[in-house]
Write a protein that binds this ligand. Structure first.
Ligand code: AMP
Ligand code: ZN
Ligand code: FE
Ligand code: FE
Length: 281
């Protein structure tokens, strides 16, 4: 079982990297990618937690914005974690999340919500990449909503009056930086239309020119028609097809291994990195 997209307490997941590895082993995952939002801070603990035969793929999910303001997530796998340009991009994107959170809170306070940056800090694990799920957790702690799901549905989704984007690279920029750091890139849940505006089929060619390697087709947020359309695009553009859980621990319903990548597709993707960087215990 190959699962190439998961989150931990280093961003907005609920399991620590160590717990993630343990749960993945129990679930029977054979190849697991760690892809926290805009950070590689979980890499060392995850690597130290390896045992048995599980293989670990280190990565990150980079929050991007198109020039039209569409939010796009790019998964970077198997890049050199010490690459300065890559780390600078991750740092800039995660730093931009604080002023953005302040703006969201300001808008909510102006509407009478009793929520502050201190509440969000209290809900966020130390050092984690700050995100809306932490604000959701703060709203749950304050009994304003019952769950992350409800927080997103009512207040925090991309179409909400409280939505604010943050400075971020374009998808093409992120893809070329990942490539220059020796890694491979996957466009994450590109047709997840419930989240907000999405890319069009014709946008993929430019990303391929920037060095895109794969499309995440099998993902909980894609319906059968969306998966079919993406499979066609992948075939036309000779891109690898992946499937993954986007696991967030108890922070989302997504279960480890609920969507998977075919071994032959993984083999092809892995061969496109500049070095063999898969880790074993
Ligand atoms: P941000 O990085 O601050 O833009 O927040 C985006 C994160 O919120 C993504 O990683 C999603 O996993 C998470 N998210 C989006 N919608 C929901 C939802 N309905 N329930 C829980 N988490 C969500
Ligand atoms: Zn997330
Ligand atoms: Fe994502
Ligand atoms: Fe994700």
């Amino acid at each position: 079982m190959i699962d190439l997209h998961t989150h931990t307490t280093c961003s907005d997941g609920k399991d620590s990297p160590r717990t993630l590895i343990n749960k993945a082993i129990i679930a029977g995952v054979q190849v697991l990618a760690l892809t926290d939002h805009d950070t590689t801070s979980g890499w060392s603990i995850a690597s130290e937690s390896l045992r048995g035969t599980i293989e670990l793929v280190l990565g990150a999910e980079i929050s991007c914005l198109t020039t039209d303001g569409i939010s796009v997530h790019v998964l970077g796998l198997l890049f050199d974690g010490e690459n300065a340009v890559m780390q600078q991009m991750l740092e800039q994107t995660s730093d931009a999340r604080l002023p953005r959170m302040r703006k969201i809170i300001e808008l909510m306070r102006a509407d009478g919500f009793d929520i502050s940056m201190d509440d969000v800090d209290a809900a966020k694990p130390y050092g984690a990449t700050l995100g809306r799920p932490h604000l959701a957790d703060a709203l749950v702690a304050k009994k304003i909503v019952k769950s992350r799901e409800e927080a997103f549905m009512q207040l925090l989704n991309n179409g909400s009056k409280y939505y604010v984007s943050h400075a971020a690279p374009t998808p093409a920029e992120a893809i070329s930086v990942i490539k220059s750091a020796g890694g491979v890139s996957i466009i994450a849940h590109p047709f997840a239309s419930l989240r907000g505006r999405i890319l069009e089929s014709t946008d993929f060619q430019e990303l391929v020119s920037a060095g895109l390697n794969a499309i995440e087709v099998d993902h909980r947020d894609h319906n059968p028609q969306e998966r079919e359309a993406l499979r066609k695009i992948a075939e036309e553009l000779k891109l690898v097809v992946t499937g993954s859980s986007d696991y967030h621990g108890s922070g989302k319903l997504n279960l480890l291994g609920e969507n998977r990548t075919h071994p032959a597709q993984w083999e092809l993707l892995e061969s496109q990195a500049d070095k063999r960087r898969v880790l074993r215990g």
